[in-house]
Design a protein around this ligand. Structure first.
Ligand SMILES: *Cc1c(COP(=O)(O)O)cnc(C)c1O
Length: 395
C-alpha cells in the first residue's frame, strides 16, 4: 500500500498527532471527534460554507501570475492571493467552517486564543456575523504589543480576556482557553486557529483550509493546462495556510512541497522559531509533534519578527512531512523576510504580511528551472505590519 501523508483513522500523521489531553477535556473532544466529519459533509453544511466563502470572504481568491518576479528569476511564479480574503488573511476560511460547526452542535458561546490577534479578529468577525457570544484569550504582553487588533476585536463585539500567568503570551492564552472549555463543556465551542491541538483539530482545520489548494488545482489547469505545479511553497507558523495549499497534493509526488519557517535572528542565535531544526518530539497542546523545548521538556520561548510565525511547535502534519522528507524545510531570517516584504511591494505592488514575506525569500535560496511552475501561498496582507515595516526601513 502506498503511504499517505494525510491523517489516519486514529488521528495520526505517521508518528505525530493524536489527542493527549487531560481527562477533563475528554467529553468535549469526543463530541467533536464523533461529529465533525458527519456534520461537515452534510449537503446543507457545505452549501452554507461555500456560500459564505464566496459572498462574505470573497472566494475564489485569484491565482495571480507574477510577471516581473517570474522574469527576474527566470521561472514561472504564481501567487495564491489569500491576502485578498476578508480580514486580510487565510484564517477566516477556518473560522467560518468552525462557527458553522459550532452552530450545528448547538453551541451558544465561542472561545479562542490568539497571539498576534489575527486569529482573534477572524474569530470575532464570524461571531459577529452569526450573533454568537465571543471571548478571546490573549496574553497580557501581546495585548499591549498588538493594540490595533485588540481594538478590532472589541469593535466586533468580542470580550478580550488577558492571560496573566507565565510569559503572558500565546501559550498562556491557550492554557486559559483550555481551562475555560473544561469549565464550560456544554454551551461552548473552542475555535483553534491553526492545524495544531488534539485530534480532530489538525484534520478539521486542514479540511476547512483545503479550499485554497482545491482552487489552485482548477485555476492552474486553466492557465497551464496542468493542475500540478512543480512546487507549492508556504510559510509555516502552526501550519494552516500551508496545510490548506498542500492538501490536494499531499500524496502526489509530482508536486514538491516546501515549508518555510522563521529563523528569527538566526538558528543559532537563541532567538528563532525554526521548529524543524531546533525542535524535538514532544507533546504540546494535546498533540504529539516537534517542538522547541529544554532538555527537561519545558517549552522554550520562540522568536520571530512576525508574530504569526512565533510559535514553539508545528502541527503534526508538518512534523510528519519533515520526518519523512516529503516536505523540504527552509528557514528564513528576519532580515531576509523584511527585505522580501519590500521586494514584493516594489516588484508586484503587493504589500505582504511579514509571515508571507518569509515564503518568498526561498527564491534566493533555491534554484528553479525556466519551465518550473511555482505556486506561493500569499497568506496575508501587510496592513497589520506597517508599523514594523516603517520602523525597520525608516520609511
Ligand atoms: C497566522 C498567519 C500565518 C501563520 O499561521 P499558519 O497556521 O501557519 O498559516 C501565516 N500568515 C499569515 C498572514 C497569518 O496571519
Amino acid at each position: 500500500m502506498k503511504i499517505s501523508y494525510n491523517v489516519d483513522k486514529n488521528g495520526f500523521y505517521g508518528d505525530f498527532g493524536g489527542a493527549f489531553i487531560p481527562e477533563m477535556m475528554h467529553a468535549n473532544i469526543e463530541e467533536l471527534k464523533s461529529k465533525y466529519l458527519k456534520i461537515s459533509s452534510e449537503i446543507s453544511f457545505k452549501k452554507e460554507f461555500d456560500d459564505l466563502l464566496e459572498k462574505y470572504v470573497g472566494r475564489p481568491t485569484p491565482l495571480y501570475y507574477a510577471k516581473r518576479l517570474s522574469k527576474k528569476y527566470n521561472t514561472k511564479v504564481y501567487l495564491k492571493r489569500e491576502d485578498l480574503c476578508h480580514t486580510g488573511a487565510h484564517k477566516i476560511n477556518n473560522t467560518i467552517g468552525q462557527i458553522l460547526l459550532a452552530k450545528k452542535l448547538g453551541k451558544t458561546r465561542i472561545i479562542a486564543e490568539t497571539g498576534a490577534g489575527q486569529h482573534g479578529v477572524a474569530t470575532a468577525t464570524v461571531c459577529a456575523l452569526m450573533g454568537i457570544k465571543c471571548i478571546i484569550y490573549m496574553g497580557e504582553v501581546d495585548i499591549s504589543r498588538q493594540a490595533p487588533n485588540v481594538a478590532r476585536m472589541k469593535m466586533l463585539g468580542a470580550e478580550v480576556k488577558p492571560a496573566i500567568s507565565g510569559s503572558k503570551t500565546l501559550k498562556d492564552a491557550t492554557n486559559e482557553a483550555i481551562r475555560d472549555w473544561i469549565n464550560n463543556p456544554v454551551d461552548t465551542h473552542y475555535i483553534i486557529g491553526s492545524v495544531v491541538g488534539p485530534h480532530p483539530y489538525p484534520d478539521m482545520v486542514a479540511r476547512f483550509q483545503s479550499v485554497i489548494g482545491n482552487e489552485v488545482k482548477k485555476q492552474l489547469k486553466k492557465v497551464e493546462g496542468n493542475e500540478n505545479p512543480n512546487y507549492v511553497i508556504a510559510c509555516v507558523g502552526g501550519g494552516s495556510n500551508a496545510a490548506g495549499i498542500f492538501y490536494p497534493y499531499l500524496d502526489n509526488d509530482k508536486v514538491k512541497i516546501i515549508c518555510v519557517e522563521a529563523a528569527g535572528k538566526g538558528i543559532k542565535s537563541g532567538e528563532s522559531a525554526a521548529t524543524s531544526v531546533l525542535g524535538k518530539e514532544g507533546i504540546i497542546h494535546g498533540s504529539k509533534t516537534l517542538l522547541m523545548q529544554t532538555k527537561d521538556g519545558q517549552i522554550t520561548e520562540p522568536y520571530s519578527i512576525s508574530a504569526g510565525l512565533d510559535y514553539p511547535g508545528v502541527g503534526p502534519m508538518h512534523a510528519n512531512l519533515y520526518k519523512t522528507g516529503r516536505g523540504k524545510f527552509i528557514s528564513i531570517e528576519d532580515k531576509d523576510a523584511m527585505e522580501w516584504g519590500l521586494i514584493l511591494s516594489r516588484m508586484e505592488g503587493i504589500i505582504p504580511a511579514i509571515e508571507t514575506s518569509h515564503a518568498f525569500a526561498v527564491l534566493d535560496k533555491m534554484k528553479f528551472k525556466k519551465t518550473d511552475v511555482i505556486v506561493f501561498n500569499c497568506s496575508g496582507r501587510g496592513d497589520k505590519d506597517l508599523d514594523t515595516y516603517i520602523e525597520y526601513f525608516k520609511l
